[in-house]
Structure formats: C-alpha cells, structure tokens
Design a binder for this molecule. Sequence first.
Ligand code: CTP
Ligand code: CA
Length: 222
Amino acid sequence: ALGLLEDKVLAGQRVLLTAGPTYEPIDTVRGITNISSGKMGYALARACRDAGAEVTLVSGPTGMAAPAGVRRVDVQSARDMQDAVLAEAARCDVFVAVAAVADYRVTNRSEHKLKKGDAPPVLELTENPDILATIASLPAAPFCVGFAAESRNLLEYADAKRRRKQVPLLVANLAQQAMGADDNEVVLLDDTGNHPLPAMPKRDVARAIVHHLAALLSKRAA
Ligand code: CTP
Ligand code: CA
C-alpha cells in the first residue's frame, strides 16, 4: 500500500491532454486526417490517472473507449479541439498535447457530397491554430508538455520545436516508428538536456514521462 501511495506522483494535479488525430472535412463524407491511433495519448491519460491526477482527455476520433476514471471530451476538427482545450485550460495545472493535429483545414468544404461527374475539386487549405503554442503563451499557462513526431533529424527538429513553442518538456519520437505501434522509443527534451528512454511498451513510456514530469513539477514548486 505504501508503494502505491509513493507512486501517486501527480496527486492533486489536474491534467488536460489531447490525443488522437483531428479530422478536417472536405465534404459530408470525406476529410483530411493524420495517421494516429491515439494509443500514446490514451496511455498517458491512464498513467496520469494512475499517478493520482484528475484527468481530462480531449480526443479526436480513435474508436477507443474512454479510459475508466478519465473525463473525455470528443472532438473532430482542430478548431473544435482548440475550443475544447481553451474551455478547460484555466482549470488545469498541466497540459499535455499528444494529438496529431491536422496542420491544415479545408476552407471551401462542400455542404453536399461531391459527385464524380463534377470537375475534380480544388481544395483550398489554410493553417490550423497551434493548440499547444496557444496554451503555452497564455498569461497563466499550465505546465505544458509537447510531443514532436519527426521523420528525420529527430533531436535537431525537436529541440527547435521546443524552443518555438516555449514548452518546458517535449517528447520526441520518430513518426514512422511510433505510428499505430504498441511500443515506442522516445527522447525527453527539457532545460537540462536530452534524456533518451529505451524502446518499451507505450504504457511504460507513459509512466516514465509521468515520473519525469512529476520531477520537473516538484523542482518548479521548490
Ligand atoms: N500541436 C498542436 N496544434 C497544432 C499542431 C501541433 O497542439 N495545430 C501540438 C502537437 O500535439 C504536438 C506538438 O504540437 O504536441 C508538435 O506537433 P508537430 O506536428 O510535431 O509539430 P508542428 O508544430 O505541427 O510542426 P511540423 O508538423 O511542421 O513538424
Ligand atoms: Ca504538425
């Protein structure tokens, strides 16, 4: 029982997470999305819950059930996700952005299903809001944790991303390795440098991230 209590490293913390892909409609039946199973985000939501946190998960479409004891808000598009996150941000101590947010949305979506007989549509795209950067720049910003999915130059790109978004902790992984898989190999980047973790099941990666996060929070509080 003592061991369990010692593991409650996030007791009293309110944690808000995003997970899964977003879906940006082209017409009533088609859309643009990212490849994301949601497994890493859901694993982190569970790990935060197990560490004693009060957890809210803003989730894109994943087909997964909400983890027990976690409050889930379902969203489709990046803008829906941003609205849901902004509605919760003031009530959280920690924000973890795991979602694979579509970087662009379609501005000329069709209100009806496109038909093949018509000329092929030309999609107009515009950039979506950066949810993590938005939250990190709030005056009373929660402690922000970001992810970086890169396909090459992992540490260089991830470090630049951490600086650009001004987040104290960023989790970097190779997209082609992580996508859909049950295991993941990540590097944690913070003010003290790079901390590589071994490849392991996402559940264990999530627990390791939670412990690193808890250590940074207690350092900050000291
Ligand atoms: N993110 C976000 N909102 C966006 C895009 C990304 O909150 N519109 C978050 C992701 O959840 C992740 C981090 O920002 O925590 C990095 O996402 P990533 O796609 O790797 O970075 P981008 O800033 O979108 O840059 P790029 O895709 O060009 O590498
Ligand atoms: Ca992106």
